[in-house]
Design a protein around this ligand. Structure first.
Ligand SMILES: [Cu+2]
Length: 492
């Protein structure tokens, strides 16, 4: 009988394959290291380094080479969230640091330069390095100095690198991390897009949303109470015009790191399933069909997926208050033809946007923000308050979303009564409301914003989109605000 015969052959063959595979994984630890140590170095090149979200081109070389890396540490002031400034310590001027891409077996000559304007010494610990401190001991560099060390890339994989100068957690919390990819000899499977994203947790003296320059809080860092958890160093680095562009029908790879210093990431893309994941950046092991992958602090993962239908896909840490309230949100924007077979129905673009931290649960203390001295200043300041707190629902053009969020643009309800608008924003609004002939029955939360911020945002709304142009002052807000008790109940 032919069928059982050939079936037996298949079984014997698969037993043989299993034996070979088992043999491979039973090889003594470090065998591959020796092969890579023995591989001859041919030629020399300077590494192409990129800022997030960009990734250097794939390596097509068939041989190991000497790669020269120049990375410059800079301490730079930037924005972590709208109106919130922070002094980041960086590898290359941005958070995360530059993406470094080399090949297994390469010999890396690493130059760490510390910019003369730095206030601190810094160093680098690359998890791709075999040797004491991952290079930290040899790369300790004072401001205005430069250190050189070299290493052989023995293990393929995607690795985090970070500063390891004391206090280490502080240097990391200030943004000193990035990714280095040691490509396996055969390379990774080809995809249409590759992007670079690193999550990090930030600890500020003020609370989330407090404006101005915020110093680092060691107390909160030790307590592991981050005020911000963000991708690529800011709450908006991957939103709106900075969303990652792709085309429907094409494949995307994300090199995802987690700099920490403390939080573990439950990384997920809303509306996508990762076709392939290399967990913990281990390029030897691939798993399939994963929706959420865990990325420990100080680790990384590679995720691949095909975007089948156009629309917006939101990157989150699925510990969700980190995403919607502390900033761990990013977006992939897929353009192209709809594929009704895969997904039919309306594609909603606007729901998954930051909700801000202003939803009131307790009495608020207003932050010491600058006070507007003219209507022009008020309206200008109100634009940022609107973007952070209102645009998620009422949209950045004030048009709202039919049947869900009423318009503020040319809105009869809004324009009819300024004091009522103050009550709506300070006390919230529920139940039926008719705006421009359309009925809405949703929930508008009460906002724990200062008198000044509410005056600014309402003045901005009134000055925009064909509205009446009325000014709302902080005194008017103070006199007309709905008071909310410590438990969140209205105590008018
Ligand atoms: Cu440092």
């Amino acid at each position: 009988m032919r069928y059982p015969n050939s079936w037996n052959q298949v079984k014997r063959l698969s037993a043989l394959i299993a034996f070979i595979l088992a043999g491979a994984s039973n090889a003594p630890a470090g065998d591959n290291d020796q092969k890579n140590l023995d591989e001859q170095i041919k030629g020399e090149e300077r590494a192409v380094l990129t800022d997030a979200p960009n990734v250097p081109p794939a390596i097509t070389r068939k041989n190991a080479t000497k790669v020269i890396v120049h990375l410059e540490v800079k301490e730079v002031e930037g924005e972590i969230s709208s109106g919130v400034r922070y002094v980041f310590w960086t590898f290359g001027g941005k958070v995360p640091g530059k993406f470094i891409r080399i090949r297994e077996g390469d010999l890396v000559e690493f130059h760490l330069d510390n910019h003369p304007s730095s206030k601190m010494p810094h160093n680098i610990d690359l998890h791709a390095v075999t040797g004491p401190g991952g290079g930290a001991a040899s790369s300790f560099t004072a401001p205005g100095h430069s250190s050189v060390f070299s290493f052989k890339a023995l293990n393929p994989g995607l690795y985090i690198y970070h500063c390891a100068t004391a206090p280490v957690a502080m240097h990391v919390a200030n943004g000193m991390y990035g990714l280095i990819l040691v490509e396996p000899k055969g390379g990774l499977p080809k995809v249409d897009y590759e992007y670079y994203v690193v999550q990090g947790d930030f600890y500020t003296k003020g609370k989330n949303g407090d404006k101005g320059l915020q110093p680092f809080s060691m107390v909160k860092a030790i307590d592991e109470r981050p005020d911000y958890v963000v991708f690529n160093g800011s709450t908006s680095s991957l939103l709106e015009d900075r969303a990652l562009p792709v085309k429907a029908g094409e494949t995307v790879r994300l090199f995802i790191g987690n700099g920490g210093p403390n939080m573990t990431s439950s990384f997920h893309v809303i509306g996508e399933i990762f076709d392939r994941v290399w967990p913990e950046g281990n390029t030897n092991t691939v798993t399939e069909n994963v929706a959420t992958t865990m990325i420990p602090a100080g680790s990384a993962a590679i995720v691949d997926f095909k975007v089948n239908v156009p629309g917006n896909y939101v990157l989150v840490d699925h510990s969700l208050t980190r995403a919607f309230n502390k900033g761990a949100l990013g977006m992939i924007k897929a353009s192209g033809e709809e594929n009704k077979l895969v997904y039919s129905g309306k594609i909603s673009d606007e729901v998954f946007l930051p909700e801000g931290s202003g939803i009131r649960v307790a009495d608020q203390k207003s932050a010491k923000a600058p006070v507007a001295t003219s209507k022009v200043e008020r309206v200008a300041a109100g634009r940022a308050v609107y973007a952070a707190n209102c645009a998620a629902c009422h949209q950045s053009n004030g048009e709202g979303i039919p049947h869900a969020f009423p318009p503020l643009a040319k809105a009869d309800f809004l324009n009819a009564d300024k004091l009522r608008a103050i009550k709506v924003v300070t006390g919230g609004l529920t139940g039926k409301v008719t705006v421009n002939g359309q009925e809405f029955n949703g929930v508008m939360p009460a906002w724990s914003l200062s008198d000044e911020d509410i005056a600014n945002v309402l003045s901005y709304v009134y000055a925009s989109w064909g509205n009446s142009g009325k000014e709302v002052t902080a005194q008017e807000v103070k006199a007309n605000r709905v008071k909310v008790g410590a438990k969140g109940q209205v105590v008018e």
